[in-house]
Write a new protein. Structure first.
Ligand SMILES: C[S@@+](CC[C@H](N)C(=O)[O-])C[C@H]1O[C@@H](n2cnc3c(N)ncnc32)[C@H](O)[C@@H]1O
Length: 388
């Protein structure tokens, strides 16, 4: 039992997280590891090297910046600011997936990897290929999350306890599940879903898994990860930049490091655009109970450069206040109510009942020219940020 916050059921938003103590701006409210997580498939295929369990970067900062800029001549000073420890890395002897440490490998193996470890001709390998053929970058979800969820249940000694963990996540009606999946994949790919489901059934043929993988069960699993999945990102170069910016150096050296950083990001922009990070998605037990607000008082971040999420206060929060994050990019949160509601309704399938939207309830329900321009920009950005 935590005395800093608690989950309560609210009439308008379902589950919500409330503060039980004062948090000052910048305070850490909570930190947690996910129940399940997975790197995106294209992200992994494009050699964004990350631990298969915790998504920690496996490249050094220098390898990372060279790959992302396609410039092999870049050398980074102060490599002690790079946190990648190659000496602790390890690989699964059978399927070859990489881990940052024995500990991650052992945790993965004991919890789910035994069931999902596969060779190139396994149904799960075909599943990954099929998923990649219908879900191109920018990725928002990964079918292997479902495989890992099933594996977690299959491998658990106390299966009911694992099932209970997943039943706490926000669920939707059958009709809403379908709408979300259409949004996730696009209507034209809905027929392929049955092929995907069949491959999962082939990979997990037990009677227990078949229950989860019935047509309806499968759709609700997909919808569960779309509704509750949180994007996760890690970066070796970004971490080096953060660390190197905090060391004391002479002003001339500082200027030369800043110049190198600026130049590197400019070259990355040209070579890989916005695809800078190791990326995946994850389900967090507590964090997924945090509702959206257009005036958030908290934000999620990844201070440990792996899948551990930190929720930080961005304003002072009083005991009894609801803790909310924004599901939207900052540029959308600052727009008019009509526009924010439209984006949330279309992408997340809910009508926002946050404090700001409730206050502006009488604002006109019509779009402006500015909104229309932003809508086309959002079509790209909402794909980038995914559903959460
Ligand atoms: C990740 S869950 C958050 C926890 C959720 N309230 C629950 O009961 O599990 C996201 C869902 O919460 C609800 N939600 C989140 N923010 C909301 C808001 N500002 N207004 C209304 N509903 C909201 C929506 O149903 C949304 O799909």
């Amino acid at each position: 039992m935590n005395s800093d916050y608690e989950i309560r059921i609210t009439p308008s938003k379902g589950k919500a997280l409330f503060a039980l103590k004062t948090f000052n701006e910048g305070d850490i409210i909570l930190e947690e590891e996910p129940v399940v997580s997975c790197q995106f498939l294209w992200n992994a295929a494009y050699k964004y090297l990350a631990c298969d369990h915790c998504l920690r970067p496996l490249e050094t900062a220098e390898e990372n910046v060279r790959r992302l800029t396609n410039n092999l001549s870049i050398s980074l000073p102060h490599m002690k600011c790079c946190e990648t420890d190659k000496s602790s890395q390890t690989a699964c002897l059978f399927c070859g997936v990489l881990y940052c440490s024995n500990q991650c490998q052992e945790t993965a193996y004991s919890r789910y990897h035994r069931m999902v470890c596969h060779s190139a001709d396994h149904p799960l390998a075909r599943l990954c290929d099929l998923w990649k053929s219908i879900h191109y970058p920018p990725e928002t979800a990964n079918i292997m999350m479902i495989a890992r969820i099933i594996a977690l249940i299959e491998q658990a000694e106390n299966k009911q306890a694992v099932v209970d963990v997943f039943s706490q996540f926000c669920q939707r009606s059958v009709n809403e599940n379908e709408q979300l999946i259409i949004k996730l994949l696009g209507e034209e790919y809905m027929a392929v879903l049955e092929e995907i489901r069949q491959l999962l059934v082939e990979a997990f043929p037990s009677d227990l898994s078949k229950q989860w993988l019935s047509p309806e069960g499968f759709l609700s699993l997909l919808s569960l990860i779309a509704t509750n999945g949180q994007g996760v990102g890690s970066t070796a170069f970004g971490q080096w930049v953060k660390n190197v910016s905090n060391i004391q150096v002479a002003p001339e050296e500082k200027a030369s490091i800043d110049n190198l950083i600026q130049l590197s990001y400019a070259q990355m922009d040209e070579h890989v655009g916005c695809f800078l990070n190791n990326e995946g998605s994850a389900l967090y037990s507590l964090e997924s109970s945090i509702n959206h607000s257009c005036v958030p008082n908290a934000e999620p971040c990844f201070l440990h450069n792996n899948f551990m999420i930190t929720v930080k206060a961005v304003k002072n929060i009083s005991p009894g206040e609801e803790i909310c994050i924004s599901y939207l990019d900052e540029c959308v949160t600052s727009r008019r109510r009509y526009f924010r509601q439209k984006i949330l309704k279309e992408n997340y399938l809910f009508i926002c009942r946050c404090e700001k939207c409730e206050l502006e309830v009488n604002d006109p329900d019509e779009s402006s020219d500015e909104d229309s321009e932003d809508e086309s920009a959002m079509e790209d950005s909402d794909q980038e940020s995914g559903f959460s």
